[in-house]
Design a protein around this ligand. Structure first.
Ligand code: AMP
Length: 389
């Protein structure tokens, strides 16, 4: 059996899935090596949810991502029967060049390394496993799939900031992210809700990272994320849209260093920063602390504002789709967000919402409210398979 390994590497964890390839990719197992460099732990589950591995490692045995990749590779060689035919990687930034997945070679990897300054916290982690595999198995085809690609057809007007043109030429543009998730959901809509798939759709990817995308005719036309993964909605620990004047103030008046500002905006802001309690919506919903309620109020408020601007970009709204951790799993958050869309004619059905049905709107609702679980890894597997024929 030939298989594809899909790798999604973050700063302290390496997520992976293995797919059998035949008519299309079929998920065989999924795993995660988390706590890299601190308390490494490898957990793997089969497609039926059965635990296949749960191994703790010494901190010094898995100090970084390349070693993590080797640990995962060793497990797969030993315990997994398939023949690895290719590896697909989720890569956050395709820069101005890549509007579709690409087969990796030395030249492509060098180009992708040039985008590190555009996504300093994500891109190096995404590229480290690619480099590790390229060094060890140069014969093994590797494909990079980008979170920016789905947004590359945005109009010039949508992708510009109002700063002198030379900065756009240098790559300072509104790229948009979470593209693999949006592409998957947009494709899934054709299957599960064909009546709206070609209409005016806003997809809300609400997870630890959060953004929304305006999709028309199956194509992204606007996104709440821009140059980096900081813009738009407040997220678990990221600030979302903020007046650039605040950053100038922090640098000039508070004399914070650029590094300190980066830490603040990426790691100590958002739901965590506002509540002072947690970045996890489950904990905030359970908490009796008024700061938890306030953080969630702010989150919902900002989603409502951005939904309005995306609906304006679309000239109306036929469907609003909830996806990712919060969107897929939290009926109370869906209800609160839907209430912010009432002015557009959206009406949620409480029983359907609680049951987590595909369509959680009432028959009278002018906007279909849908819950569509995302699958970024499957999207990467499909692209990898398509590219390699
Ligand atoms: P993701 O990044 O898509 O895996 O989403 C992770 C986030 O989803 C977590 O940080 C939680 O805030 C949120 N989440 C997951 N399950 C629930 C739930 N049942 N209710 C509310 N939030 C949830």
């Amino acid at each position: 059996m030939d298989t594809i390994l899909v790798v999604n590497a973050g700063s302290s964890s390496l997520k992976f899935e293995v797919f059998a390839i035949g008519d299309g990719p079929r998920k065989l197992l999924r795993g995660q090596l988390e706590g890299i460099g601190t308390a490494p732990r490898l957990r793997i589950k089969g497609s039926d949810g059965q635990a296949l591995a749960d191994q703790a490692h010494a901190q010094s045995d898995v100090p970084d991502l390349p070693t993590a990749m080797r640990v995962v590779g060793a497990w797969l060689r030993e315990r997994h029967e398939g023949r690895l035919a290719a590896v697909g990687h989720r890569v956050v930034h395709g820069g101005p060049d890549y509007d579709r997945p690409v087969l990796i070679d030395e030249e492509v990897l060098t180009r992708l390394e040039r985008y590190v300054p555009l996504a300093p916290l994500h891109q190096p982690n995404n590229l480290a496993p690619i480099r590790a595999i390229l060094d060890r198995r140069p014969d093994l085809p590797q494909v990079a799939c980008f979170d920016t690609s789905f947004h590359r057809e945005h109009s010039q007007v949508a992708s510009h900031y109002a700063i002198p043109e030379r900065f756009y030429a240098e790559g300072i543009r509104r790229y948009g992210f979470h593209g693999l998730s949006y592409e998957y959901v947009s494709g899934k809509l054709r299957e599960v809700a064909p009546q709206v798939a070609d209409g005016r759709v806003v997809v809300a990817h609400l997870g630890s990272g959060a953004s929304m995308c305006a999709i028309f005719g199956g194509k992204s036309i606007e996104s709440t994320l821009g140059f980096t993964a900081l813009d738009g909605l407040p997220m678990g620990t990221r600030c979302g849209q903020i007046d650039p004047g605040v950053i100038l103030y922090l640098l000039q008046q508070r004399r914070m260093t650029a590094q300190e500002v980066q830490e603040l905006l990426y790691k100590d802001s958002g739901l965590k920063g506002l509540s002072g309690i947690s970045n996890d919506v489950r904990m905030l919903l359970q908490s009796k602390d008024p700061r938890a309620a306030f953080a969630l109020d702010h989150f919902v408020h900002r989603i409502g504002l951005h939904a309005g601007s995306l609906a304006a970009a679309l000239g109306g709204l036929d469907a609003f789709v909830f996806t990712a951790g919060i969107g897929e799993n939290s009926p109370p958050m869906r209800a609160r967000i839907a209430a912010r869309l009432a002015w557009l004619g959206a009406r949620i059905d409480p029983a359907r919402n609680l049951a987590g049905e595909l369509d959680v709107s009432t028959p009278e609702s002018k906007v279909r409210l849908l819950v569509v679980p995302t699958d970024e890894e499957l999207m990467v597997a499909r692209h990898t398979l398509a590219l390699l024929g």
